[in-house]
Ligand binder design. Structure first.
Ligand code: UDP
Length: 268
């Protein structure tokens, strides 16, 4: 079908801890569904694919910031393994069928965009920032901090949080890149700054004015100690310009959405 130039695939299972307990569900959903899409693209002569990959392909990196040429393949959880397997599949599908691709390796997608009405609402919720804000709204009595014995300054995991609007912008740029004949590529998408779990909770306390009780909890299976992006390549090659590169702004945007959507996307 010549009317469809490109497919952007966002859909997948994406919870690190859950993936460790449910590898079959993760491989089945993430790989099989992507295969189906690629098969349909092949049959209908659609030749451009933008894929939501993940920083977890890098496993537990030896150093940070992480550039795209860091080794992949030692993922610490099945979720990351499915993303890496799909990146491999894309390479072969290009060789055989001429489906060109960009894999965008997201670091920690966060924040909300109240103007277009999007925010984070997972069932069950597993992500840090929405959980912290649910505690601020009184929907949870505390936040569990998963492990304080990691090799980081305060012992909690370090992540690089990137605003959803900046992520969205990168997809548009990736699409333009492919449609202008850009070669297959992978790009990290993060702000290049890492925050510990405790620092995220502190920022949320400042943004919400709520004490947000936090308690230490065991490590969550599959978590690497720290993931911080170098996104220089996306900035240089795609012309990406993240706009919301500070955690206060990111958490404030999420807080605005959570306050206006106390029941998530459900009515009432
Ligand atoms: N985390 C936590 N308590 C929670 C949820 C998450 O301590 O209730 C930690 C988690 O172990 C990780 C970080 O917060 O180190 C970010 O987790 P999230 O699930 O938001 O994103 P991920 O890094 O898994 O993509």
């Amino acid at each position: 079908n010549p009317d469809i130039d490109c497919v952007i695939q966002f859909a997948a299972y994406k919870a690190v801890g859950e993936s460790v307990a449910k590898p079959i569900e993760y491989y089945s959903n993430n790989l099989a569904c992507t295969l189906n899409i690629l098969d349909v693209m092949r049959r209908h002569d659609c030749h451009n694919f933008v894929f939501s990959s993940s920083a977890t392909v890098y496993g537990d990196p030896a150093s940070v910031p992480i550039t795209e040429d860091f080794p992949v393949g030692a993922t610490t959880n099945p979720y990351g393994a499915t993303k890496l397997a799909i990146e491999g599949m894309l390479k072969w599908c290009d060789k055989a069928y001429g489906i060109h691709y960009v894999a965008l390796r997201y670091f920690n997608a966060a924040g909300a965009n109240t103007e277009v009405g999007i925010g984070e609402d997972h069932h069950p919720e597993s992500h840090l920032i929405p959980i912290v804000l649910q505690a601020a709204l009184g929907k949870r009595d505390h936040v569990g901090i998963f492990g304080d014995d990691y090799p980081t300054p305060d012992g909690t995991c370090i992540r690089d949080y990137i605003h959803v609007t900046d992520l969205a912008q990168a997809h548009i740029l990736a699409l333009d890149y492919l449609l202008n004949g850009g070669e297959n590529n992978v790009f990290n998408l993060g702000n290049g700054v890492g925050f510990t779990v405790k620092e995220v909770v502190d920022v949320a306390r400042a943004v919400t004015g709520d004490p947000i009780p936090a308690k230490m909890a065991p490590r969550r299976a599959g978590d690497p100690a720290q993931l911080i992006a170098s996104s220089e390549k996306a900035i240089k090659v795609l012309g990406w310009k993240p706009q919301y590169n500070d955690l206060n702004t990111i958490v404030a945007s999420a807080w605005a959405w959570h306050k206006s959507h106390p029941h998530g996307f459900e009515e009432g």
